[in-house]
Design a protein around this ligand. Structure first.
Ligand SMILES: Cc1cc2nc3c(=O)[nH]c(=O)nc-3n(C[C@H](O)[C@H](O)[C@H](O)COP(=O)(O)OP(=O)(O)OC[C@H]3O[C@@H](n4cnc5c(N)ncnc54)[C@H](O)[C@@H]3O)c2cc1C
Length: 599
């Protein structure tokens, strides 16, 4: 068995054989990349993840984050690990050469991040939010702002964070109360309070750049009145040196069930009237600006969830091979057998393997679309990939986090009583993973997004791009001996998913409340259909490779085919119950007034 973070044989099969990362090398932006450079990046990332980040994940969980008089200290081991991350150029590898990036294909960037997230989520949260903050400056900043902030952010010398949430404004971003008052020099005085801000304060870096949503005094209520601001912890002088503290005070940190090495801060801005922010992205354009950061983060959070799940699966697999209980099936006596030989454990492991590999492939495919939507030469192609990214964002976020958490819980089950004990690592993985279904827009909000925005987007043509791609994979698999039956099962549920999508679109116009009551089950169906799509596609590629290449790794390729067959025949049909319920559209939901929830 390789590392216990990400099955790299499977991931390599996904990027090389299934998703053909080499297609990207033809574009100018990625012309410096080849299989050799990709392998170098994967191997370097694996070493860093396995040797540096994974061994300190437990220590971070135990030590947690310290808070004393406004100062926040991260777990001691994180300092050296973060430094190595920055020195290795991992903070912004996909960014332009112009600002010190490596123009790495997003697919490769994601795969390396999967290793890092699987090794140490808490540590990674510091780095990925820094990247997102930089991205906002890169896309929306003026030249002056880029010159001031971008290089230290991309290099990781300064951290970045995103400051949205307030006590009264969680999912309801439009309720934000933090205010910005214009100054004569074009800057703004910021006044307000936020909470739950990841790395809102820490001793990991010399400065922190807050990308903050606030309402300029006099601007309208709701999301339309919000603007985005750069608010540094230390003010930055024109020559790039650090000036005085900027009146951003950490008033406390959260004590969380998981991700304990990550600082989650409550912040007060401008209590002394001295918090200065710079507008970025235009007045009243805060949501558009911030959404860029949030959309990137939503896919990344899905990746976070499934990467933690990947590690939970590999730990459970290892345990199931070692742990002996019971005798062989049908025998009364005999030697104890490894629990992996018990049908129920085997089935559990297969469910975990299917979701882990299927959602991983989906994320890597989304990464390819993210690049192609920008670099494809043809406008229609760019639109197609842009539609695909829109459709896949809630599916990747919801699937990576909810199914990822299920995998972690299943891992605990496979460990039996040991899984419930802190000495065994999988309980930490489950605790850590849970946040992924809550932040970056709860999965309830993702479900609303799929239903209310994505399946109606551009007259349902974005939905058609997704379902058309799945149908193409089904058509290809139908022609492959051994897969016809599985292609037909996938097609059956794809058709039902499409038909129910049409129903829901009509219902959104008739009775939005009832339509939205089905949002979460519909998202869950979309996730399973997408996993079936990826696994079927992988099985088709594996089947062709088995035929064409006498020297291939037949055991591995057959395992890919079996995984697809298992998921499509045993898990996918379970979507039918959810789809039937949505079709029936029972209105007991509407009759259930608040007072009836408890007699
Ligand atoms: C560890 C941690 C780190 C975080 N990091 C950050 C960060 O870096 N920056 C930041 O700004 N925020 C951050 N957050 C905040 C996080 O994004 C919010 O907790 C999240 O958006 C939900 O908001 P809330 O907690 O106020 O829950 P609420 O919005 O009150 O939601 C409660 C429940 O109601 C449901 N709900 C609410 N509205 C709707 C609706 N319209 N439709 C359907 N269901 C709905 C939700 O799905 C949820 O189940 C972090 C939170 C935690 C716990």
């Amino acid at each position: 068995m390789g590392n216990k973070l990400v099955d790299l044989k499977d991931a390599r099969f996904a990027i090389y054989d299934q998703l053909k990362i080499s297609d990207l090398f033809a574009y100018e932006k990625f012309s410096d990349y080849s299989e050799d450079t990709i392998e170098l990046a994967i191997n370097t990332a694996e070493k860093l993840a396995v040797n540096e980040y994974y061994p300190i994940n437990g220590a971070g969980d135990k030590a947690g984050v310290g808070f004393d008089d406004g100062k926040v200290t991260v777990p001691a081991e994180f300092h050296a690990a973060y430094k190595k991350f920055c020195e290795g150029g991992w903070t912004a590898p996909a960014e332009s050469y112009d600002w010190g990036g490596q123009q790495m294909p997003t697919m490769l960037n994601y795969l390396t991040q999967m290793l890092f997230f699987a090794a140490n989520q808490s540590l990674m949260v510091y780095t990925c939010l820094t990247h997102s903050a930089g991205k906002v400056v890169d896309i929306f900043g003026t030249d002056e702002q880029k010159n001031k902030y971008l290089t230290p952010i991309w290099e990781g010398a300064w951290a970045g964070c995103m400051d949205l949430t307030e006590p009264e404004a969680g999912s309801d971003v439009g309720a934000i109360r933090t205010k910005a008052f214009p100054n004569e020099d074009g800057t703004y005085n910021i006044k307000g309070n936020k909470l739950f801000i990841s790395q809102g304060e820490s001793d990991l870096t010399e400065n922190i750049v807050h990308i903050l949503l606030a309402r300029i005094d006099g601007d309208p209520e709701g999301t339309k009145g919000l603007s985005c601001f750069i608010v540094p912890k230390f003010r930055v002088n024109d020559d790039g040196s650090l000036g005085e503290l900027n009146d951003v005070v950490c008033t406390g940190i959260e004590h969380k069930m998981g991700m304990k090495g990550s600082a989650t801060a409550s912040l007060a801005y401008g209590d002394n009237g001295k918090c200065v922010g710079e507008l970025i992205g235009g007045r009243g354009k805060g949501i558009v600006t911030m959404f860029h950061m949030m959309n990137e983060q939503r896919i990344v959070v899905g990746m976070e969830g499934i990467s933690i799940a990947s590690s939970a699966y590999l730990h459970a697999l290892d345990f199931a091979r070692e742990r002996k209980q019971g005798v062989a099936f049908g025998q009364k006596t005999g030697p104890q057998i490894p629990i992996i030989e018990h049908p129920d454990v085997r089935r559990n492991l297969l469910v975990m393997k299917s979701y882990t590999e299927g959602i991983r492939a989906l994320l890597l495919y989304a990464a390819k679309c993210l690049d192609l939507k920008d670099v494809a030469e043809d406008e229609a192609e760019r639109q197609k990939y842009s539609d695909m990214v829109e459709m896949l964002t809630p599916i990747c976020k919801g699937g990576g986090s909810d199914r990822g958490f299920d995998v972690c819980v299943n891992a605990i089950q496979i460990f039996g009583g040991y899984g419930f004990c802190q000495e065994y690592y999988v309980e930490q993985l489950a605790r850590d993973c849970k946040i992924t279904s809550i932040y970056e827009g709860t999965n309830g909000i993702q479900a609303n997004d799929l239903l209310g925005r994505k399946i109606v987007m551009r007259d349902a043509s974005a939905f058609g791009v997704l379902t058309g791609a799945i149908q193409s994979a089904v058509n290809a698999a139908k022609e492959i001996a051994g897969l016809t039956e599985y292609a037909a099962i996938t097609e059956k549920y794809l058709n039902q998913f499409v038909a129910v999508g049409e129903l829901l679109r009509a219902r959104l116009k008739e009775n939005g409340v009832l339509a939205y009551s089905w949002a979460t089950p519909y998202l869950a169906v979309a996730e399973d259909v997408a996993v079936a799509w990826m696994l079927l596609d992988q099985a088709a590629v594996a089947s062709e490779k088995l035929k064409a290449d006498a020297g291939c790794d037949a055991d591995f390729l057959n395992s890919k085919i079996n995984t697809a067959k298992f998921f499509i025949s045993s898990v996918l049909p379970q979507v039918s119950g959810k789809l039937d319920a949505i079709e029936k559209n029972d209105d007991a939901f509407l009759s259930m007034e608040d007072k009836y929830f408890i007699a």
